[in-house]
Design a binder for this molecule. Structure first.
Ligand code: PMV
Length: 298
């Protein structure tokens, strides 16, 4: 039996969303994770990240191992060889861990022939995300299991309508910091002027972005994204490489460019008015930095 899930892109509002402020996230359909369950004598994982018995997987796999053990108990099925495939880069802020969890849960429920509501799937993915980092807002879990954008706060989840008719270029900095560490880095600044100012800017710019998104107002959205990036920068979430990718994207015509996800590495997103500009930005990023890129319509 099989399950799959796409990735996610946080358009704006990462980190402040952890503190109850809003964020906007979009499905990242260019990246998908798949899980196939094959009946086997013992539980094992076959994947690009790890091949071997479930019991021998190291600490980095602990959230997945725990998820599988809990699913096995809850549904009373297995053991399986869990064949995992993914074209979402791991640890890059594109929702890879949530998508892996969602694909596994879907495969298990399909195998057990038990119906799975979106609410239950969200609970399972969020359970796995909690084991992966301290205090996940839930934005990853929600976005990887739905096909549309969300305006999200911890208290309220609102599907976001509107058609921007624009393009996002996504570029992988190839640098990695675990989301848990980036979230802790921000938490360590609580109570400072810098933290409060950044949260206020991020919150306001997300509200502006919601209106701009609904109106298809690209210029206002771009302005909000650039200001959000300044706030994320002030919190120490950028890197020299991300700064360079952002500069290159803007020099080649992007209306805005910012980090997306936990930051301190991971991915950059650049907002482009049309396909031609998006391709120009993509080519410049690939030529100058040899980085992996995707162009996605929003
Ligand atoms: O998992 P990432 O790296 O895409 O980061 C998720 C976004 C954060 O706001 C940094 C954390 C969260 O739980 O919302």
């Amino acid at each position: 039996m099989k399950g799959h899930a796409h990735g996610k892109i946080i358009l704006i509002g990462e980190h402040s969303v952890v503190y109850g402020h809003p964020a906007i996230a979009l499905p990242f359909k260019a990246g998908e994770t798949r899980c196939r369950l094959e009946t086997h004598s013992e539980d094992r994982i076959t994947s690009p990240f790890y091949n071997g018995l479930l019991n021998d997987a190291d600490e980095t796999f602990a959230p997945i191992v725990l998820l599988i053990r809990t699913l096995r108990k809850a549904l009373g099925i297995g053991p399986f060889n869990h064949v995992l495939e993914s074209d979402i880069p791991v640890g890059a802020g594109l929702g890879s861990s949530a998508a892996i969890a969602a694909a596994i849960v879907r495969a298990y429920y399909a195998s057990a022939n038990v119906s799975l509501t979106d609410a239950l799937l969200f609970k399972w993915v969020q359970y796995s995300e909690k084991n992966a980092h301290d205090n996940p807002s839930g934005i990853d879990a929600l976005t990887v299991i739905h096909d549309h954008p969300w305006y999200f706060t911890k208290a309220r989840k609102e599907p976001l309508d509107g058609r921007l008719d624009a393009f996002l270029v996504v570029a992988d900095s190839q640098e990695r910091t675990p989301t848990r560490d980036a979230v802790r880095h921000v938490a360590s600044q609580q109570g400072t002027y810098r933290f409060n100012a950044a949260m206020e800017i991020l919150s306001k710019r997300v509200i502006d972005s919601k209106a701009a998104y609904k109106d298809g107002d690209l210029l206002s959205l771009g302005k909000a994204m650039n200001q959000a990036m300044e706030a994320l920068f002030s919190l120490g979430l950028s890197t020299k490489k991300l700064d360079a990718l952002i500069k290159t994207a803007k020099m080649n015509g992007a209306l805005a460019a910012k980090l997306s996800g936990g930051g301190m590495g991971g991915c950059m997103i650049a907002l482009c008015e049309n396909d031609v500009t998006a391709r120009k930005v993509q080519n410049a990023l690939e030529k100058n930095y040899g980085t992996r890129t995707w162009v996605t319509r929003i």
